[in-house]
Design a protein around this ligand. Structure first.
Ligand SMILES: Nc1ncnc2c1ncn2[C@@H]1O[C@H](COP(=O)(O)OP(=O)(O)OP(=O)(O)O)[C@@H](O)[C@H]1O
Length: 341
């Protein structure tokens, strides 16, 4: 396995999904970080409980692996209601959505992952469903077609998206609350790791945990994955899970000190070498690394901006002096800075 796998923000195997399931926090109290969002959700759920109604629809926006699915599960758990899971790509026709909506039980939480990828016809059906708990079903074809209204059980929609900007306004406006999940800081990631290590019955020292926290791309999913690789390393090589063992395990998987993944590096290297640090337009960058512009914008760029390797300007993306320094590449207007790779 290469660095391309261990630091990928998406799940990399079925086994990992099972592992993630076991480590998922079940309540808002167990959920680490995102303090503001947690407080806002808590209030929204408590208010609904006091009034004995379903909670408002919730939109969770942010890069992969930051806890959107986990929060959807928590919303259902804290409201004591069942959870139905679906995803935008699975809803390619209005009929797909009608089938899900018409079978919901009262109060059920419907989670639609990647909601920005749902078919347009389904989106339009969802507007009415969210607002009035009703859909119109078309019966028959052509001139004789009629629409029959169908009442739905009240439900709470939790939508997740890595691209909130791609949602049409009428859909976005129907969510009572939008949470923007942020990358986690290192103390928060240490807490995520501490909890996971405890659940895995794996004893690792604090400095080792801190090292993983600094190299996991601000993402709990990656933090937990790296923890598992360190556990493997200690199992095979023996000794303590200390800073030296963590460094050796992460070196084996080519995880650098910023935790950049394959795509992060490809983007940075192209910006620095082919475009002299930019400015480069998003589409040019995407074509150059053979990725979709959507992935660059929603997955790669937010993290690179957050750690100060690129900035966004009206003329395009620009690499910062730190980026030149990190990759050991000479800045076009300066001397060679010492590389750290
Ligand atoms: N705040 C958190 N506290 C503890 N663990 C977390 C937290 N957020 C995420 N995790 C862990 O990270 C894993 C990935 O989280 P989750 O699947 O919820 O991310 P996601 O944002 O839905 O990702 P995707 O968009 O790729 O589905 C979970 O298994 C969970 O164990």
């Amino acid at each position: 396995m290469s660095n391309a796998d261990v630091t990928a923000p998406e799940p990399i195997s079925e086994a990992e999904l099972v592992f993630e399931g076991a480590l998922r926090p079940r309540s808002l109290d167990e959920f680490v970080g995102q303090t503001k969002v947690r407080g806002q959700l808590q209030l929204l759920l408590q208010a609904a409980a006091i009034q004995g109604r379903t909670a408002d629809h919730i939109l969770l926006a942010g890069p992969p692996g930051l806890g959107k699915t986990t929060l959807a599960m928590i919303v259902a758990h804290e409201s004591n209601k069942p959870l139905r899971m679906s995803s935008g790509p699975a809803i390619q026709h209005a009929g797909d959505l009608a089938a899900v909506l018409s079978s919901l039980v009262p109060g059920e939480v419907l989670f639609i992952d990647e909601i920005h990828r749902m078919a347009r016809s389904a989106e339009e059906m969802l507007y009415l469903a969210m607002e009035d708990f009703r859909i119109d079903i078309m019966v028959g074809k052509g001139a004789g077609a009629t629409s029959v209204p169908l009442d739905l059980a009240p439900f709470t929609l939790v939508g997740a998206t890595t691209r909130s900007g791609m949602l049409p306004n009428p859909l976005r406006d129907r969510f009572g609350f939008t949470a923007h999940l942020e990358f986690y800081d290192e103390p928060e990631l240490e807490q995520v790791l501490f909890r996971a290590a405890h659940m895995l019955d794996f004893s690792i020292d604090r400095r080792g945990l801190a090292e993983i926290a600094g190299r996991c791309r601000g993402t709990p999913r990656i933090a937990n994955r790296l923890l598992r690789r360190v556990r493997d390393y200690v199992l095979v090589h023996g000794g303590d899970a200390d800073l030296a063992a963590v460094r050796a395990a992460l070196a084996l998987y080519d995880v650098d000190e910023l935790g950049l993944d394959r795509l992060d590096r490809a983007v940075m290297e192209i910006m620095l070498t082919r475009f002299g640090g930019g400015p480069v337009g998003l589409n040019t960058l995407a074509v150059s690394v053979g990725e979709e512009a959507e992935t660059i914008e929603s997955v790669v760029e937010p993290f690179l901006v957050r750690i100060g390797l690129i900035t966004r300007t009206p003329r395009g993306r620009v690499a910062t002096p730190q980026a030149f320094e990190h990759f050991g590449i000479q800045h076009p207007q300066g001397s060679l800075l010492p590389g750290v790779l």
